[in-house]
Design a protein around this ligand. Structure first.
Ligand SMILES: Cc1cc2nc3c(=O)[nH]c(=O)nc-3n(C[C@H](O)[C@H](O)[C@H](O)COP(=O)(O)O)c2cc1C
Length: 192
C-alpha cells in the first residue's frame, strides 16, 4: 500500500495525550504540511496560530469554560449543551484534552472559500502528524464560541487578525490511548 493511503486509513482522533511536548521541528513540519493544502484561487488567506505555552493553553481552557457557561443558559434544551455545562463546571476538566500543542486555523471572513481551505489545511496537518506518530483531534469549541467576549479577547491577544474568523482548531500530542476501530460507511456510488 502507498504510505499516504496507509496514513489516511490508520489515523484516528486522539483524546488522551502523554505529558510530553512534540518537538518544535515536528510542529513546523505539521504547519508546513497544512500550508501545502490547496486553496481556492491560491489565496492562502489563512493563519495558523500554534500554541505550546502551558500558561496560554490553560488560559484558553479557562476561556472556553467561561464562554460555555455564558452562552449555555439559552440553550439548555439541548442535551449536548448540558453535557458541556457539566464539563465547564468541572474544575479538572480540560477542553483541550490536556494536549501539549494547540493549533488555531483562522481565515479571512470575506473569503468565500475560507471554511473549505481551512478544513483542507487541518486535514493535511492531522495526516502529517499521524505519519510522525503524533496524535490529533479537531476541536470545535473555540470556533463555535468565537463571538463570546472572553474568546474575542483571547483571539486579539493571540494576534489573530480582526478580519479573520476561526474556522477550526486542532490539538496535537503523543497518543496515550489506542482508539477504537471506527468503521466507515460505504457512501460511494461508482458509475462505470
Ligand atoms: C468539523 C469537525 C468537528 C469536530 N469537533 C470535535 C470536537 O469538538 N471534539 C472532539 O472530541 N472531536 C471532534 N471531532 C472529531 C470527530 O468526532 C471524529 O473525527 C469522528 O468521530 C471520526 O473519528 P476519527 O477521527 O477517529 O476517524 C470533530 C471532527 C470534525 C471533522
Amino acid at each position: 500500500m502507498y504510505n499516504v493511503i496507509e496514513t489516511i486509513l490508520t489515523r484516528r482522533s486522539i483524546r488522551s495525550f502523554l505529558d510530553k511536548q512534540i518537538p518544535l521541528k515536528d510542529l513546523q513540519t505539521i504547519l508546513l504540511a497544512g500550508s501545502y493544502a490547496p486553496t481556492g484561487m491560491g489565496m492562502q488567506s489563512w493563519k495558523f496560530t500554534a500554541i505550546q505555552n502551558k500558561n496560554i493553553l490553560d488560559k484558553i481552557n479557562k476561556a472556553i469554560k467561561t464562554a460555555i457557561l455564558t452562552v449555555s443558559n439559552d440553550n439548555k434544551l439541548y442535551s449536548y449543551v448540558n453535557k458541556f455545562i457539566k464539563r465547564a463546571q468541572d474544575e479538572s476538566y480540560n477542553f483541550l484534552y490536556n494536549a501539549p500543542t494547540y493549533v488555531i486555523v483562522s481565515n479571512l471572513e470575506s473569503n468565500y472559500n475560507s471554511m473549505a481551505d481551512s478544513s483542507l489545511a487541518i486535514g493535511n496537518m492531522m495526516l502529517a502528524a499521524h505519519s510522525m506518530g503524533i496524535g490529533s483531534c479537531w476541536l470545535n469549541q473555540l470556533p463555535r464560541l468565537s463571538n463570546i467576549h472572553e474568546i474575542k479577547d483571547l483571539l486579539i491577544e493571540l494576534e489573530i487578525p480582526e478580519n479573520h474568523k476561526v474556522y477550526g482548531s486542532v490539538v496535537f500530542g503523543y497518543p496515550n490511548e489506542i482508539p477504537k476501530v471506527y468503521l466507515r460507511k460505504d457512501v460511494s456510488k461508482i458509475f462505470i
